[in-house]
Design a protein around this ligand. Sequence first.
Ligand code: F3S
Length: 389
Amino acid sequence: MHLDEDDEKILNGEYGETRQKMMEILVALGKVYDADRLIPVTSAQVSGASYKTIGRWGLSWLKELDARAVIPAVLNPIGMPREEWRDIGGITQEFAEKQREVLEAYHHLGIRPECTCTPYYLNRTEYGEHLAWSESSAVVYANSVIGARTNREGGPSALAAAIIGKTPNYGLHLVKNRAPQIMIDLAGSDDGNSPFHHYGALGYIAGKKAGNLIAFFRGIRPNRDQLKAMGAAMGATGAAALFHVEGITPESRVFDFETEGLRHVTIEGDEVAALFEDIDADAVAIGCPHCSPRELHDIAGLLEGRKTTKPLFIFAARGVMRAHNRLIAQIERSGARVYPDTCMVVSPAMERFSTIMVNSGKAFSYIPNMCGAKARIGTLEECIQVATS
Ligand code: F3S
């Protein structure tokens, strides 16, 4: 792999030990994946931010580092809302202190304390930009919906990219690796009541069938929020980092001609419909991935004139909440709570419930293992109905 003069100096330790370590991570990755060089990235999104997932070893590794990010960089959701951690419940003083130490360690490294899986709502991200993002749903969204380019980074490699400002040029940074690899055929009716219109549930099944292959969909017309939901679920049940939807996602036109001869898999409406089990839930959680302004608007509309009868948690990026504080107030008049910085999967707050209802295919997939609770999936309307009846 070619390194320029500056890269070499960093690798030789001339800019300090932490930069040297970070460069070693990038070079090792580049060698494994046969990258020809390092390329500049415009932003980083760093996972490994919740104390629930990194634990004390992760924290002590972070504390040893001493350098500053050279590009805009944000964090993945952490284990609690930074300020309202007592209010969300289920967070011990000890956990809160450790979580704060993680945040301070990242702050010291120049990572902004915006903890979200939807960094694209905070910083404008453009088609063709090279990024180093690590949260799987953010990666799928950046690649598929925006047409930016990022591999599915691990926490350390995203942090290394933030501190060096570069990433190895391999995988999805190269156009030749972004072509579709599997065609998803949707069988059955496509009327307004089709289960395919629940894009989180569709993504849940599609991820299982496509695995880590780049899927190409025809015959659906999801909007951006629905693409977000579908991609997040695909990234959770499979390992997708990119998919295309004919006539909808920006690169579908680029690759349309390359769909001839692809392997096909079929998804039956019944397979998706079977996910919708009618079981009692003792809490409802919305915002996986974190809510868009449009989704907050829809939730506020559905909650108008209603009161919650069971805990209703909604998650969004702090910056999005700040910019839409009237919507947040409107939602919270119902008794629901909107929290920044965290989510139903990475926070221990959700571990006290036995069944959690969600509208997200990703949360549906992760909650049983990460929260030790059963998960029920429904539409946004059904979630609000369950939370208020
Ligand atoms: Fe985001 Fe947490 Fe879901 S990180 S995608 S809200 S599991």
